[in-house]
Write a protein that binds this ligand. Structure first.
Ligand code: NAD
Length: 248
């Protein structure tokens, strides 16, 4: 358990991996700010689950691909809870298609939702973390950023961009006691992957030495570790959590 009150913000924390991360951080003693864009009900449910661990949790609406909404959200969090100590950039979407069929708006939407959002949220969080001389930023990349994936040019570009941004932030703010790391999940069972065909799922399973899909909790445990003081000497890293799928 952490020994002082710290606030963690999880973007897109109402379901899936984000919700599992919020719950795990709640168990570690963090107060939770749970961001959502559309589903207030899911975010409120996630808050109730965190509160059941004994920690404070509040939901904050913002489309994190919009810089003005991000600024407003950080102001609201600061006014009601305090400054964000741990930022988990989890929100993400897919709009898959082969490149020659991909619409420009699907390229732009995925880049702004998955990559620009990390820049907007981290920039706001860093302003206060720099003053506090302590902070943790953990970004959700993906194994496809390491190995590429046919049919996901927009998503892969966004998740690879996150890796470059992670390393740059780690270099810019390391001297201020702020660590910035990325996790790269493999095939994790959530709503995002439930739309995949059985064939696609089986083909991924065949590439996983541990022989099972990951769970949101598999990701949450590592994010929780990276947010703790035990991980104080780890920064600028990309940790694959993929059952051995990539090993690169
Ligand atoms: P999910 O679709 O279940 O959850 C994503 C959440 O992000 C949703 O609550 C959604 O509403 C929110 N969101 C999307 N755009 C947003 C925006 N503009 N503003 C605010 N919230 C927004 O997906 P998941 O599987 O839980 O994935 C979580 C993260 O992990 C994503 O970044 C995803 O790319 C990444 N990831 C997932 C897998 C996997 O196998 N599930 C693998 C690698 C990486």
């Amino acid at each position: 358990m952490i020994d002082e009150r710290k606030i963690a913000l999880v973007t897109g924390g109402g379901r899936g991996i984000g919700r599992a991360i919020a719950l795990e951080l709640g168990k570690k003693g963090y107060s939770l700010a749970i961001n959502y864009s559309r589903s207030a009900d899911a975010a409120q449910k996630a808050c109730s689950l965190v509160r059941a661990t004994g920690q404070d949790a509040q939901a904050f609406q913002a489309d994190v691909s919009d810089p003005s909404q991000v600024r407003e959200m950080f102001k609201n969090i600061s006014d009601t809870m305090g400054n964000v100590d741990v930022l988990v950039n989890n929100a993400g979407i897919t709009r898959d298609n082969l490149m020659i069929r991909m619409k420009d708006e699907d390229w732009d939407k995925v880049i702004s939702s998955n990559l620009s959002s990390v820049y907007y949220c981290s920039r706001e969080a860093l302003k206060k973390m720099v003053k506090a001389r302590w902070g943790r930023i953990i970004n959700l990349s993906s194994v496809v950023a390491l190995i590429g994936n046919a049919g996901q040019a927009n998503y892969v570009a966004s998740k690879s961009g996150i890796i470059g941004l992670t390393k740059t932030m780690a270099r810019e703010y390391g001297a201020r006691g702020i660590t910035v790391n990325a996790v790269a999940p493999g095939f994790i069972e959530t709503d995002m992957t439930s739309v995949l065909s059985e064939e696609a799922k089986n083909s991924m399973l065949a590439q996983i030495p541990l022989g099972r899909p990951g769970t949101p909790e598999d990701i949450a445990k590592v994010v929780s570790f990276l947010s703790s003081d035990d991980a104080a000497y780890i920064t600028g890293q990309v940790i694959a959590i993929d059952g051995g799928m990539t090993m690169c």
